[in-house]
Design a protein around this ligand. Structure first.
Ligand SMILES: NC(=O)c1ccc[n+]([C@@H]2O[C@H](COP(=O)([O-])OP(=O)(O)OC[C@H]3O[C@@H](n4cnc5c(N)ncnc54)[C@H](O)[C@@H]3O)[C@@H](O)[C@H]2O)c1
Length: 273
């Protein structure tokens, strides 16, 4: 299917390198005819990788934005509306960071200053984004916002630490703001709960390789990769899903509804040997 996003304008957060889920989303949105602005934290831009993505995507403009800063968010939205020549139709929030995980602090020994930073960057940023857009009336009617999340918001994955609480908050903000934005402007807001994916953020979690293998063995379809997640995002940005809002949508090869699989049993036996 082609041109699913023809004529649509958007903002894509979080493409750090070609492993990033947001990177794949940008490629697919471009392929489907969308025009968009790319954004990431100023510090992430220094690596320069995002310039290559922008070139591939019809020389998309790049605007720096630390999602924990109001002034950065306001500047991003103002500039995006100017560059794109009007309101946006879709936004991808693909942002996550935990200093406690990065610095090896366990869930029972959290540094609360870092915890607040995690919440601010990884979940309150979705509220900041939506509130800024709401006040500036920056999203078209039937526009679609997607934020990426993980099943640790519902089930315990011990090493996911305070990111689990952060994702629970992110999903709740998606629902709550989805009500208000839906009522007043018919804007839809959903979260996509993605399989473990080999990216910079994903691989930073202790034991990632083990729960990647476990999820692959439990899920009847195996783990969903970043490209498949990008396909799902495109559908959620398209007019084909115009009545879907305030949902947490599992994109995980069936992991979330599976209790046991022979493949998991075999994996455990092999690891035990
Ligand atoms: N990789 C996985 O296993 C997995 C699974 C489910 C959900 N997710 C979610 O997908 C999203 C994207 O992560 P990814 O796996 O593609 O990894 P990634 O490391 O490529 O992307 C994370 C992005 O967050 C950005 N970021 C961090 N702090 C920021 C700030 N202050 N301001 C602006 N941007 C900031 C980083 O620069 C980076 O681009 C995250 O929300 C993550 O939690 C990932």
């Amino acid at each position: 299917m082609n041109d699913l996003l023809k004529g649509k304008k958007g903002i894509i957060f979080g493409a750090l390198n070609d492993k990033s889920i947001a990177w794949q989303v940008a490629l697919k949105c471009h392929e489907q005819g969308a025009q968009f602005v790319l954004t990431n934290a100023p510090i992430a831009m220094r690596m320069g990788e995002i310039n290559k993505l922008a070139e591939t995507c019809n020389n998309a403009k790049i605007i720096a934005c630390d999602v924990s800063k109001n002034e950065d968010m306001e500047n991003l939205i103002t500039q995006s509306l100017e560059i794109l020549g009007g309101k946006v139709d879709f936004i991808l929030h693909s942002v996550g960071m935990s200093l406690n995980i990065r610095k090896g602090r366990t869930y029972t020994d959290l540094d609360y200053k870092w915890t607040h930073e995690t919440y601010d960057i990884s979940s309150v940023s979705l509220h900041r984004l939506l509130q800024t857009c709401y006040k500036m009336d920056a999203i078209s009617e039937w526009g679609s916002v997607v934020a990426l999340t993980y099943i640790a918001a519902q089930r315990v994955f011990p090493d996911y630490s305070e990111m689990a609480d952060s994702k629970a908050l992110l999903e709740s903000i998606g629902r709550s703001f989805g009500y208000h934005y839906g009522k007043s402007k018919k804007v839809r807001i959903n979260t996509i709960s993605q399989s473990p994916t080999k990216t910079t953020a994903g691989s930073g979690v202790k034991g990632f390789g083990d729960f990647f293998d476990y999820a692959a063995a439990l899920s009847p379809l195996g783990n969903a990769n970043a490209e498949a997640c990008a396909d799902y995002c495109v559908v959620m940005f398209s007019d084909l899903t115009r009545m879907v809002t305030m949902q947490n949508l599992f994109h995980d090869g069936g992991f979330s509804n599976t209790g046991f699989s022979q493949d998991v049993f075999s994996l455990m036996q092999n690891k035990g040997e």
